[in-house]
Design a protein around this ligand. Structure first.
Ligand code: SF4
Length: 342
């Protein structure tokens, strides 16, 4: 980050800073809106309007965009979906991204269903950091939440990723009142047994069915209270300033817990993230209501890099201070989570 700050002092156009002084060096790229699960907090059960394949950025276009945006100090890339592993040959994209010198950190978020079979190829391609979404260890709750079977595959995928050597592996577990509390302690025990960090994420208003309500969120304070009572006290540990997750460990030092309190303790003031959707739209915030079309620029026969750089800069310059979930002004984005990306 200091390097970016030095670059900014040297040449403000060489980094991406918004009007609140937040440096943006972390790009999340959704490589597909398709998924092999139907999570209730993300997708509709039926009639999913997937993007046409022709609308989806090719791997070449994604790599071209990363090369360009890395000139603005963007050095952290996370691949998301939908479910990124349902797209063919993701390992080839990872190989290409790893050849971009300025990319210092490359991660991927998956639901784990295909991880066991693809872990080795992803690792050989140079991927080292992986987040797996697993909201519960109860087969019944898994089926209720994802509308599919497959918890055993997710657990097998995590074990395979650990065996192959991925590090860090993190578990992302959504916290929904009345559905996931029962499994909090099991997931914390999973972390104590495996050494894998489990991050609990407050349920956010991004579901396709627009059924999010504040009282459906099981809040950070309640998660900490439950785990401290049921297992032992949690102790806060040093957390990276721009990280959305606040880290804890149990008093005996066994098990790592993260809390992503998007609703009750927003972390927007240190946000360094922006997103690229699978159909080539730039979103300066998970909850932004505006998007910038960069696909047209990428596909323009008279491609002009400076124009694209200006588009990226103005997208970040128009970023709001944060989400407005806790205000009466809040409007849920009209794009469901599967077509924004985690
Ligand atoms: S809600 Fe938007 S501004 Fe806040 S942390 Fe998320 S992406 Fe950043």
């Amino acid at each position: 980050m200091t390097q970016q700050r030095n670059n900014f002092q040297a040449d403000p156009l060489s980094v991406l800073t918004d009007t609140f002084g937040r440096l943006h060096n972390n790009l999340r790229i959704s490589i597909t809106d398709r998924c092999n699960l139907r999570c209730t907090y993300c997708m509709p059960e039926e009639n999913v309007n997937y993007l046409d394949r022709a609308e989806i950025l090719s791997y070449e276009e994604i790599v071209k965009f990363i090369r360009i945006v890395s000139k603005l100090g963007v050095n952290k890339i996370r691949l998301t979906g939908g479910e990124p592993l349902v797209r063919q040959n993701v390992h080839e994209l990872i190989t290409q991204i790893n050849q971009i010198e300025d990319v210092e950190d490359l991660g991927l978020t998956t639901n784990g269903i295909l991880l066991e079979s693809l872990a080795e190829d992803l690792y050989k391609a140079g991927l080292r950091r992986i987040n797996v979404s697993m909201d519960t260890l109860s087969e019944e709750t898994f089926k209720k939440l994802t509308r599919r079977e497959g918890l055993d595959k997710v657990i097998a995928g995590i074990k395979k990723a650990q065996d192959v050597g991925f590090d860090p592996i993190k578990i992302n577990a959504l916290s929904i009142r009345g559905i996931t509390e029962e499994t909090l302690v099991d997931l914390a025990d999973f972390s104590r047994e495996t050494g894998i960090e489990v991050r609990f994420i407050e349920f956010m208003p991004l579901d396709a069915d627009n059924e999010w309500e504040r009282d459906k969120v099981f809040f950070a304070a309640e998660i900490i209270e439950t785990l401290s009572k049921e297992i032992m006290p949690l102790v806060p540990v040093q957390t990276e300033k721009t990280s959305p997750s606040t880290s804890y460990e149990f008093k005996d030092g066994i098990g790592k817990i993260g809390i992503i309190a998007s609703v009750s303790r927003p972390f927007c003031e240190n946000c360094n993230r922006f997103r690229l959707t699978a159909d080539g739209k730039l979103r300066n915030c998970l909850f932004s209501m505006e998007e910038t079309d960069i696909k047209s620029a990428l596909r323009n026969p008279q491609f002009n890099e400076e124009e694209l750089l200006d588009q990226i800069r103005s997208s970040i310059q128009s970023k709001n201070a944060g989400h407005a979930i806790n205000t009466a002004q809040f409007i849920q984005p009209d794009r469901p989570m599967n077509s924004i990306g985690g």
